[in-house]
Each structure stands twice: as structure tokens, then as C-alpha cells.
Design a protein around this ligand. Sequence first.
Ligand code: PLP
Length: 385
Amino acid sequence: MPDHPFIYLDHAATTPVDPRVLEAMLPYFSQKFGNPSSIYSVARESRRALDHARETVAQLLGAQPREIVFTACGSESDNTAIKGVAEANQARGNHIITSAIEHEAVLETCHYLEKRGFRVTYLPVDAMGTVELAALEQAICPETILVSVMMANNEVGTIQPIREIAQLLKGRDIVLHTDAVQAAGSLDIDVEALGVDLLSISGHKFYGPKGVGALYIRQGTKLMPQLHGGGQEKNRRAGTENVAEIVGLATALEIACSERPETTARVQRLRDKLRDGVLAIPDTIATGHPRDRLPNNASFCFQHVEGETILLALDLQGVGASTGSACTSASSEPSHVLTAMGISAAVAHGAIRMTLGKENTDEQVDAVLGLLPAIIEKQRALAPV
Ligand code: PLP
């Protein structure tokens, strides 16, 4: 049994709800339970909360309140953005450009559209996981209607050149979507400065609740709704609004943005300490961009060992981390992100992602650095690959 409380290093998977967020949400489950579309006082309270949440999120993203649509998760935001633009613009063209390292919420949506007559270009990335702008420029053709490139990668943390992409698309009739699910909370987001038309976020990645997301839709962007029914969200997403969770998402984003300078400095320092300590282990490679990366992301490949076995050993020692990919067994495919970066399948199988959060401490990092070398050494001796 580990002699310390559980050490959570998987904040890219999800985060605990901040107690202040929970407190803000609680009244909307019971006392203030009204349907925001009804007209009596308890409902008006819900409507006010919903409007306030929308104004907050819009202001924090540099958008107008009418440009924010609340959804049930980051995946829904991505699906709505991509399918919505594809369906609304198919008379103009059938070509979509995305990158090879997107989250499944984007990649699988693109695969779905490919089966329905759309053509998709998956842009390559360089060895650090940055999308190649020259390849984007080459891929653009008269039929291109949409470019979707993530703001920051969920596995290796590399931040993508979204502004440069927007600059490249300027003057062309092409919609630009970015999946900012990993970036929101950690990075400053201003949709005007970025130059994007659509941007996805998800509450549970920045100390908000699971099951709520938002999609920024620039005024004038043609988009086919993906949920049909009532006229909620200005006819862009039917369904009674999940007021408590929406309040939670807005409160969490507000806290994340106001505390970002201190949180980033602290988390980044801990991340660098963790990275430097881990890289002292022989045959270990750091993955992702050395500088343009999320401040909380440390990702590695340990050679001659399976990432999964390291995770299990860490779990037994009371540490939660991730391989960073959906890979769950030694025989499954290596991460599509790492292979797109040119990392061999053999090396990619030893991938580990550690993502820190605001509640992590120096003592926890020290504890992990104390455990990891022996774990790696033992696993390499037991099951060399
Ligand atoms: N996009 C990225 C980059 C993600 O990391 C995730 C979740 O891990 C998603 C989309 C999906 O978000 P959700 O879990 O809210 O559906």
C-alpha cells in the first residue's frame, strides 16, 4: 500500500470540480430548478442564471453572448461544429481539412463525413507535433469549406499555430474551427485575436463539471443544427438547458481565467521539475514541443517497456497517470499522435502522459520521482520489449 494519499497526474483526462464551482451550481438542482423557458419567478431565476453564464463565457472568450451555444460535452461541440458546417455548406464544396493528431471527437466525425461523400485531408505534423502550414496551404482547393485544427494537443500538449492558420485562410470563404478543449482554462483564448469562426470547450477540463460544453459560433457562420426539437439556444441546439452545469462551466472558466497567472507559474514549475527528473531515467524521450506546449503537460516515451505496465505499477503505488491515448493493451495500435510525429510504433508503446493540476504539490512530484526509476527498471527487467 502506498504511504501517501492518491497522487493525481491526469488532469488532461478530467479535473475535480472546484468547491466554489460546486457551491455555485447547487441551488440550480433543487431551489432554483425552473425551466428557463417558463415564465414564472422560479423559471426566471434559471433564465437569469443561464443568461449570466452565457455573458460570462462570451466575455472570457472575447465573443458576443449570442455567439455561445451550450452543449453536453466537448465531443458534442466538435460534432456540431464539423457536421454543422459540412451540412450547411455542401452546396459550395465537400472538402474538409483537419490534422492527423486531432482528438477522436474530430477524427471520427471526419471519418463519418467521408462515408457521406465529403473528402478530408489529414495534415501532417512535424516531430514536435506542430501542424505544417505549408501542407495546409497546399491542401486548400476551391471545394474546401472547413479547416479544423486543435488549439492544443491532448496527448503531447503541443500548441498549434491557430492565428497563423487564420491568417492563411483570410479572404477565402473557408470556416475555421478549433478544438480548444485542452487549451481552455490553461491558455488565454480570444476568438477575435485567434481569428476563428468556431471554438469548442468542455467544462470538466478546467475544474468544472462533466457533461457540459460550449461552442462559440461566430455571428454569420452557416451551421446546420445537430439536435432538433425546441427552439433553445436560438434554434441551434434543442433541449432544456442544463442550467446547473452551465452555471458550473461559466464559474469554472471565470476562476480559471482570473487565477491563471499564479496557477500557470506554479504548475509549470512543477511540470518542469517532473520533466527534468523523469528525463534523468535512461532511454527516456520527451515528446511534444519543448516550448510551445500546455503548461501542465509532461509527456514521455520510455524505451524497452510498455506504457500500460508502467501505469499499472504507478497505480499500485497510488499515482494516477495516462498513456495519453486510447491504447489499452500491448497489442493495440500505438497512439496516432505519436506515430504522426514520426515516433516508431515500438517507442510509442512506451508512452506516458502526466498532466498536472492546481492541487499538485512539490512533495507529490518528489514522491513520483522517487518511485518512477525503480518502476521502470523493474518493468524493463520483467518484460523487456
Ligand atoms: N477534444 C479534446 C482535445 C479532448 O482532449 C477531449 C477530451 O479528452 C475532447 C475533445 C472531448 O471532450 P468531452 O470529454 O467533453 O467530450
